[in-house]
Each structure stands twice: as C-alpha cells, then as structure tokens.
Design a protein around this ligand. Structure first.
Ligand code: ZN
Ligand code: ZN
Length: 367
C-alpha cells in the first residue's frame, strides 16, 4: 500500500476536527466500498487507503503520534510491518460501516462468529531516563499475557479426547428464543456459543484452553522519543483464539525528570553555573552533555538567566534527521567563603564601582 499523506487521502486539513475526519472517511468508504464496486481494484485500493488513513486519524492517540512523527512514529520500535489494517478494517469499522449501510452491523456480526478471533491488545508503561530518550535505547520488558495452553493447543480437551458436538444446539452455537413477537438467535447457553462441549478437560488449563505466560520482549525506543509516546509491538499482545492472530502490545513512554537537563519541545535545556568574573569577562567553558563534553563560549557581559543556543545539539525528531538545539541557561553564582585575596580584589572592585557612582550610601556598608 502506498504511503500517502493520510490527510490528503481523506481530503482533510491537518486541523480537521475528529467529526470532520469521520465524515470524510464515511463519504469515501461509501463511495469506494467493495460491495458497491464489484471487480473494481481501483475502488478497492481507494477503500483500503481511506480505511488505513482513518484507522490512524480517527484515533486521537495515533493521530497525535502521526502528526508529530509521521508514519514512522507509528511503526517505531514495533514489528516488521504496519499491518494493523488488513484484517482489522472490517472489524474496527464495523460500527461505522454497519450503520452506514443499514446492515445493522453486518460487518460487526463477525464478532460473534466462532471462527478465528484476534487476541486483545495489551498496554504497559515503561519509564526511561531523559538521557535514554535523548540517545535512544533498546530495553527488555516483561509482558504478562494469556496465550493458548500448550498442552492442548487451546482446545481445552485432554489429549486423545476431542470436544463433542453440543447436543442442545446441534453444533451451531446458537439457539432461537422467542420474545414477544420476535424470535431471535442467541448464543447457546450449554456451550456458550462454541458449538462444542469439552468432555475431558485438559489437566493443565482445566478446560479453559488458555494459560498465562510471562515473556521478555526487546523493545527499541528511538532517539527523541517523548513522554506519552506510544510504541506498537505487533503480535505481542494476548494470543488469538481458534487460530486467530495475536493482539498487539502498546508501550507508553514515561520520562523520569533529570536533575541537570530539561526537555523543551525538541530542545535540551542545561543550567550552567558560572562565576562573576566569567560573566563579566567572558570565557570558554566545557559542559558535560548526553553526548560528551561541549565547548560553550560565554560572551563578555553575560547576564544571569541568559540563554545561549547551540544549534542542532538538541533532541532528534524520531526517525528524522532534524534536531532541536542545546539551550544553555547561565546561572551567575555569587561566591561564598572568599579567600583573603578574593575579598581584597572584590573590595578593590567595589571602590572602583563606587567611583563610577554605582553604590549608594557610604554608611550602609557592612564591611
Ligand atoms: Zn490445556
Ligand atoms: Zn450448544
């Protein structure tokens, strides 16, 4: 699938509201829906494109990541492909398409079917140091999740015993119940809609077909990743059922504050203490940054709080070349515990300043 600009695909501006985006998608989906365009690969392609665009822009979190980092941001750190459209288009958008076409959830009806079901997505938070977000890091994280029981391969039946066809529903999984004038199908209470009944439960999972497992997964956090960013790791969520694909794992980034540095957008802010004389006369100093020592030129006459900018030494944009700046905020430190010589020099300086009319009343002096 071509990687077009999602806003262009939907014909929306970048500032479009969620409602406008939904509207634009509905319109395109109606126009290009495969049911209305039989044997028309172009329409199918447009339909897929629009659905892909909507799957991102229609989700406020994905949209935020897309706006900030583009499609790469959504893929960052995740699996090898960006495949959360192909299978899920119809299930994700069943609601919208369903009421659009008056199917009463014709697409969504797939949710009740007994065939393969995709596993649920999982989410967890990982706390990184500011330095780790600056440089990027690969981290092993542990995920607790549910997968098919390996003893019975998810069937729930002990080896050598197949589940039997449910007698109540004859294996269809649904029974009809009457309610007033209506008769409607509902999941069979005897087999919970599965159509089969387990006669000899698997000893390991006691017939559930599922087991909990804890797995270590390597996740790579790209340089420049920020607080609240979310990475998708494809296929590492809960296991699917009846042969369905596993869900995805979403990792949300939290950033621990750093005692020396702060992040401002893409800029890295450093507080740099300097002395009176360095501020007055200027100096060339070396400051330790996340990337090693950085030479910083302090101009003569620098005031307290002044910010010096060092271009392109700030945070990287995730998966892009551009970088923010290193901002060095000067803190002029008043000296304490002066030596005899320092006191003498400051006194001389004070005399000179008094001569220039910079001091007020002679009698106010303490020493
Ligand atoms: Zn089992
Ligand atoms: Zn049944």
């Amino acid at each position: 699938m071509a990687k077009k600009d999602y806003y262009q695909v939907l014909g929306c501006s970048r500032t479009a509201s969620a409602e406008e985006i939904k509207k634009a998608y509905r319109k395109l989906a109606l126009q290009h829906h495969p049911d209305r365009n039989r044997d028309n690969p172009e329409a199918e392609e447009r339909f897929k494109e629009a659905s892909e665009a909507y799957s991102v822009l229609g989700n406020s979190e994905k949209r935020q990541v897309y706006d900030q980092y583009g499609i790469e941001g959504l893929r960052a750190g995740g699996g090898s492909d960006f495949g959360f459209f192909s299978d899920s288009i119809f299930s994700d958008f069943g609601d919208i398409l369903g009421d659009m076409f008056g199917f009463g959830g014709g697409f969504a009806g797939g949710r009740q079917r007994r065939g393969p079901r995709k596993g649920s997505d999982l989410g967890l938070e990982v706390t990184l140091t500011l330095e780790e977000t600056f440089l990027g890091i690969e981290r092993e994280i542990e995920v607790e999740r549910e997968r098919n029981c390996d003893a019975c391969d998810g069937s729930g039946s002990a080896p050598g015993h197949d589940a039997e066809t449910c007698r109540k529903c004859g294996g269809s999984g649904s029974v009809r119940v009457s309610q007033g004038f209506f008769s409607m199908a509902t999941a069979c209470p005897s087999c919970s809609g599965r159509g089969k009944v387990i006669t000899h439960a698997c000893a390991k999972c006691r017939g559930l077909g599922r087991q909990r497992e804890s797995k270590k997964i390597k996740v790579s956090f790209p340089a420049g990743i920020d607080e609240g960013n979310r990475l998708r790791v494809a296929g590492e969520g809960e296991g699917g059922r009846q042969g369905g694909a596993p869900g995805d794992l979403y990792v949300v980034v939290r950033v621990k504050p750093d005692p020396r540095f702060q992040r401002h957008g893409q800029d890295l802010l450093l507080q740099l203490p300097i002395s009176f004389s360095q501020a007055a006369l200027g100096d060339l100093v070396s400051a330790e940054t996340f990337e090693g020592a950085e030479k910083i030129k302090i101009p003569a006459g620098t005031q307290n709080g002044h910010i010096l900018k060092i271009k392109n030494k700030g945070f990287r944009q995730v998966n892009r070349w551009s970088r923010g700046d290193l901002l060095v905020q000067v803190q002029v430190v008043t000296p304490r515990n002066l030596t005899r010589q320092e006191s003498e020099l400051f006194r001389q300086l004070r005399e000179i300043e008094a001569g220039k009319g910079q001091h007020a009343v002679e009698g106010d002096r303490v020493n």
